[in-house]
Structure formats: C-alpha cells, structure tokens
Design a protein around this ligand. Structure first.
Ligand code: GTR
Length: 421
C-alpha cells in the first residue's frame, strides 16, 4: 500500500515538479549560446553607417518588426479625444499645483476614459519638465490626498478592502505612496503625472471588450496587446500636455515599473515625442534580452499574461532565436534620446544582467549620433549608477520602485533636461 502510494506519487508528481523547476534558469553558466540580431544591418544586408540611414531606413524596419511580431500596431489619436480639467488647486502648503484631467477617448463622459493626476512644483516659472508614469492601483494610491478621484474602472485590489467587487474603495488611499516620492520630485523642480493603467485597459484577458478596446475591433495577430494599449494611453496624455502651457511637453520623461516599465520602453519607442524613457525592473518583454532566457521566459510570459503581447509573439515560445528582434533593439529605438534602465539585485526573475546587456548592445546606434550610449563595458557594481545617454544601475533590494531609484532618475533628468553635470 505504502509502496504503491510512493510509486504513484513519484510517477505522477515528481516529473511535474521537475518540469516546473527546470523551466527557469538562474544560472549564468546555463544561459544558452545566442547571437543577437544586429541593429545596424538592414533587411537587404547592407550596413547602416550614418544616423540618417538609421532614421530613414533601419529604424522604420526595426519599429515595424516590433509592431508586427511583439507589441502590436495601435491606432492613432482618436478624432473625438476630449480633455476635461476638473480640478486645479494649490496644494501641499501652496508648494504645488494639483490638476486632475479626465481624458475621454471617444469624447463622451460615459465612454472609455482615463484620469490624469498631475502635481507641478509651484516654485517653477514656465513650463515644467514632467515625469509621466502609469500606476498599478489607482491614482488615489499615490498620495494620501483625499481629493484624488478614485478610479471608475476595474481594480484588482491587493491590500484588504482596497477593492470590493473590483471597485476601488477609500481603503486604498495612499497605499502605494512609498513608490512615488512626490515631495522630492517637486522639490527638484519636476512635475509628476500619473494614470491608473486599468483606466486604459484592465489587466486581464477579457477578449478585448473592456477599456479603450470597446471602441475598436478585436485586435488581429499583429495588432495591439495590452502593453501597446497602455502605451497608447501614455501618448494620449502627451496629446494633453501639448495644450497645457504649464507642462513642458518637449521634456517629458516616461517612466514605468515592471509590466509598466515594458510599457514605458514601448511608449518611448513608438512615440518619439517622449524626450526620455525610464525602465524600472522591466525584465522579460522589457529591457531584458529574450535570447538569454534567464528568469522569466517568452513562453512563460505569454502563458501567464496572454493579453500583454500580440498573437504573433506566441511563435517565439521556446524559440527566442527565431525572433528578428531582441530587446537591445527596443532600447536602440529610443536613440538619440536618453534612456535609463534600472535593475534590482533581488529581482533575478527580471534578469538584471540581460537588462544591462540590452543597454550596452544599443550603443552602436547611439554612436551613429556621436553619443556614448551606456558608458560601461561590464555590469556596474551594485548601487553604482552609470550615466551616459543611456543610464543604468542595479540596486540592492527587491523588485520595487524606491527613493534610491527616483534619486537616479532625477539626477539623470538634471543632466539631460537641465544640462547639469
Ligand atoms: C510578473 C511578471 C513580470 C512583471 C511583473 C509585474 O508576474 O512575470 O514580467 O511584469 O509581474 O509587472 O509586476
């Protein structure tokens, strides 16, 4: 009886456990051998030697590959896009101006819409350079401010009572404030604008009915997944900045963490109006090279989150080498604009080394512009940021956004937006 139980257990469960644990590699020695596609070789085999050829020929090719094979094509600016500024007030002892803007995608109050929350430093005269970010849990989670509107859309809810029946409650107010460093951002002379990502597209696989997808046909295999949809929403925020004279729409840094770091990279690649791009612990499908298959893999991400990428990307499950692009080319699409990649040592799932390498392998494109790109030939030591036109750090600690991360982004913005060294 006992023996047969263990035999049964062994046959049925052990291979399952084994298969699970061998699915993910955390050992540098076991990274498969790979050759990265060359960002500077055109589809016809010719070598790109100038920034002009990059911009007119190779960049469009690479962008098209990422659209077709991975993130998906998104529509342009909707014709009836409408902005409603419903709040503009001095806050934080008059040190800041808070604005809230409802962005109606179809020009209707009862249609798909997102709310932009904006803090601007009162001491800055003229248009303010601003960090634009998506948040995971609702604008009201970013600070304790009771005047921040609760999201109207589907909310997952993490802490107890934060959401009831997927609707946000007062319990969520301020719960994510450790990630936002609002007073310091303002003190340093920058604005912070944020949007709850679920306003644009709720983060679950619903066959493309909710969020802004309600306005469009179901995506085809080469069309927008949720990452491209969230990035589309960021571009709509930029449309608003273009008409708000208090915000410097030519100095917008798009920043995001984790899946929203993948999103900020894609937003900056797809929309060149973003002047700076910041990826915080973005990992697989973000800054990490897919071919290394270190930590999270393409197959795993496509299985856990089937809605994030387009259906063409499924072809690369367990077959990363067949993909005509890798993530260093995503970083290269940001050139010559500054891009910062941040890793965390405790976030091996996101492959810190792979995140560093994609920055380094984007260098040839920056060099076409006479820029240095990432000034490091090997991964810098922990908590030692390097900043060229590409910045990088691997911070001690876990998968998160910390004051340390923001400190580096502010320093990086000072260099590139304010000419400080
Ligand atoms: C994880 C996912 C990562 C990362 C993260 C997040 O479950 O595997 O790719 O995106 O979620 O966004 O929090």
């Amino acid at each position: 009886m006992r023996l047969s139980f263990w035999l049964f257990f062994g046959v049925i469960f052990v291979p399952f456990l084994f298969a699970q644990s061998t699915g993910f590699n955390y050992d540098e020695a076991k990274v498969p051998e790979y050759t990265l596609p060359d960002p500077l070789v055109l589809a016809d085999g010719a070598l790109v030697k100038t920034a002009k050829v990059w911009e007119t020929k190779r960049r469009p090719e690479v962008l098209e590959l990422f659209k077709r094979e991975m993130y998906g094509r998104a529509p342009g600016k909707p014709a009836n896009l409408k902005f409603l500024v419903f709040d503009e007030n001095k806050v934080l002892k008059a040190k800041a101006v808070r604005k809230q803007v409802e962005v109606q995608f179809a020009g209707k109050a009862d249609g798909p819409r997102m709310t932009l929350l904006i803090y601007l430093p009162a001491q800055v005269k003229g248009p303010v350079p601003t960090f634009l970010t998506l948040n995971f849990r609702g604008n009201h989670t970013v600070t304790d401010d009771p005047a921040i509107r609760l999201p109207h859309s589907w909310v997952r809810g993490r802490a107890k009572g934060e959401a009831v029946n997927n609707r946000a409650t007062e319990k969520g107010r301020g719960v994510a404030k450790s990630r936002w460093n609002v007073t310091n951002i303002l003190k340093r002379g920058y604005g912070l604008a944020t949007i709850y990502y679920g306003d644009i597209d709720p983060d679950f696989d619903d066959d493309w009915k909710n969020g802004v997808h309600a306005l469009y046909p179901k995506p085809k295999a080469d069309e927008w997944g949720s990452i491209a949809t969230w990035a589309w929403g960021l571009s709509r925020a930029l449309d608003y900045f273009e008409i708000d004279k208090d915000i410097d729409h030519k100095r917008i840094a798009v920043m995001g963490h984790s899946r929203l770091g993948k999103t900020s990279l894609w937003a900056g690649a797809a929309d060149q109006r973003f002047a700076m791009v910041i990826s915080n612990n973005s990992g697989c499908g973000g800054a990490a090279l897919s071919r290394r298959a270190f930590g999270e893999t393409v197959k795993r991400i496509n299985t856990s989150f089937p809605h994030w990428f387009n259906d063409n990307f499924l072809k690369y499950n367990d077959n990363e080498k067949a993909c005509p692009v890798d993530q260093h080319m995503l970083v290269a699409l940001v050139a010559p604009r500054p891009v910062y990649i941040a890793s965390a040592l405790g976030d091996q799932w996101a492959d810190p080394m792979g995140e560093f390498l994609s920055g380094m392998h984007a260098n040839p494109v920056y060099q076409l512009y006479g820029l240095k790109g990432l000034p490091a030939s090997k991964q810098p030591a922990v908590d030692n940021p390097v900043m060229g036109t590409i910045g990088y750090h691997v911070r001690s600690g876990k998968h998160d956004v910390t004051d340390y991360d923001w400190e580096q982004y502010l320093n990086f913005a000072d260099i590139h937006f304010k000419g400080k060294r």
